[in-house]
Write a protein that binds this ligand. Structure first.
Ligand SMILES: [Cu+2]
Length: 489
């Protein structure tokens, strides 16, 4: 991010927080942790709402037409402060659920009523390059764009949408701009199950109920809002049974979600791109890095349980890693019969053939610059293959229809979730501390976490020409340079 633009956005965040102050010539980014709203002031304990659904304006079979308007809006999160000024799609936080079916023709008009350029990126969807809402295609304030794409005949899963402008993504997502997408395939094995949807995001509020601007540590570590929300609600109550399919989205900019429901176990059946080849053995907890999704079933005896976030150390440079578990929701769980499909294969997934086009992406950081600039402008110190992002530079090259073998390497001291645009990939191997592991079964992914020092091998087939981004999905890192361009011809 250029300094001038940084000041502009930093100022607009300050104004958004309701504290208008004059821009000093060399105004530093706050280094201190801001005062926070008391936990007890955030409204909690209400029953979990269903996600609002984006209206399909078309009556034609196989067609979806909708409108998403991004604008500033007021939300009452607290019992004792003025409402919070957020930015949201269609005035709801999270944005409305877009329900699609495989093979559908989709046309969504994006109206940008924000004060800064924005885009809508369809995270995980195989849409044409010029419909992908990347930083190369900003929609100016007051302007609109019609995104159009045709879904493949065989696609299903939990996806999402969020802004992806060159500058301002972190601020836009931190104030509420992100929403879920479900693509259904009526023929899939678990299509008959009742669903529960958990969109998880986080929010920082100051004692006046306003969203503070990013501070220096937020930029360096990625910002974690202290209030973790489920479908936009704080510590709600919900009911669930063992025959329900739970879809979970991590829409946080930087928070890792290590979810557990003590007293119950979690069976993972799906990941980013829908059902996996088979269900995994029951686990006590699951981990979703920023940008990842999961589909699970819960198993256990009937009772009341607390859905917790367990501490996960992603080795942040400036913030303290969490030490204790955090309550996310109160769950009333009912044991019913487990779905029969669980004992058999869930979905046939063809393994991609070994790719001959090797694409190497090494994530690194300029630690010296990060420490030296403390209190000043956050430096573009997050790199891929030694370079910070440049919109006009093509970093890697690929061909339509040929399988790429990505070697993704985390040469930094923190965890980073790596995301590739253009569709889904298959993780084939991880190498960490000299140990090679392979995933327990085939699955479609579009975001994969790498621990410090880890290498991940993935296979991916780009089926459309054009420019594609690949980047760290900690939004602040993406904005401070950890992104590259893949040119597909
Ligand atoms: Cu990162």
């Amino acid at each position: 991010m250029q300094r001038r633009q940084f000041l502009k956005y930093s100022l607009s965040s300050v104004m958004l927080a309701g504290v208008i102050r004059t821009a000093q010539g060399d105004e530093p980014v706050p280094t201190s942790v801001p005062d926070l709203l008391a936990q007890s002031d955030f409204i909690s304990g209400n029953s979990l709402r269903d996600l609002p659904i984006l209206k399909n304006e078309s009556n034609a079979k196989g067609e979806f037409i909708g409108t998403l308007t991004a604008s500033e809006c007021q939300k009452q999160f607290t019992s004792n402060t003025p409402p919070t000024t957020c930015q949201a799609y269609n005035d709801v936080l999270p944005g409305p659920l877009i329900e699609l079916e495989a093979g559908m023709k989709v046309r969504i008009t994006f109206v940008n009523n924000l004060g800064s350029p924005s885009t809508i990126h369809w995270h995980g969807l195989p849409v044409p390059s010029d419909q992908d809402g990347g930083p190369d295609d900003p929609v100016a304030p007051g302007a609109s764009k019609i995104y159009q794409f045709q879904l493949p005949e065989r696609i299903s899963g939990s996806y999402w949408y969020h802004p992806h402008p060159l500058e301002g993504s972190a601020q836009q997502i931190a104030t509420g701009l992100a929403g879920p997408i479900i693509i259904r395939d009526p023929q899939e094995t678990l299509a008959h199950l009742k669903e529960s949807h958990w969109v998880i995001s986080d929010l920082r509020l100051d004692p006046k109920g306003a969203i503070p601007a990013h501070n220096y540590a937020d930029w360096v570590d990625g910002r974690e809002g202290e209030f973790v929300l489920l479908n936009g609600q704080y510590q709600p109550t919900l009911t669930l049974n063992s025959a329900q399919r739970v879809r979970i989205w991590n829409m946080c900019s930087a928070r890792y979600l290590n979810l557990s429901l003590p007293g119950c176990q979690i069976i993972q059946v799906g990941s980013d791109g829908g059902l996996m080849e088979k269900a995994l053995p029951a686990q006590n907890d699951i981990l979703l890095a920023p940008g990842e999704r999961m589909e699970v079933l819960i198993t256990g005896n009937s009772g009341k349980f607390t859905l917790n976030l367990l501490p996960y150390n992603r080795y942040p440079m400036m913030s303290k890693p969490p030490q204790t578990a955090q309550e996310l929701a109160q769950v009333t769980f009912e044991k019913t019969a487990a779905p029969a499909a669980l004992s058999t294969a869930l979905r046939a997934i063809e393994p991609l053939p070994e790719g001959t086009n090797v694409l190497r992406a090494v994530m690194s950081e300029k630690m010296g610059d990060i420490m030296k600039n403390k209190g000043g402008t956050p430096p573009r110190a997050f790199l891929i293959n030694g370079k910070d992002f440049n919109l006009t530079r093509m970093d890697l090259h690929s061909e339509v229809g040929k399988v790429d073998h990505w070697q993704i390497i985390n040469a930094t001291t923190m965890d980073h979730p790596f995301h590739i645009h253009g569709g889904s990939f298959q993780v084939i191997q991880r190498v960490w501390r000299g140990q090679k592991t392979t995933p327990p079964c085939l699955a479609w992914k579009d975001t994969v976490n790498l621990q410090p020092g880890e290498t991940v091998h993935v296979l991916m087939l780009q089926d459309k020409p054009g420019m594609r981004m690949f980047h760290c999905h900690i939004i602040e890192h993406e904005e401070l340079g950890m992104m590259g361009n893949l040119m597909v011809v």
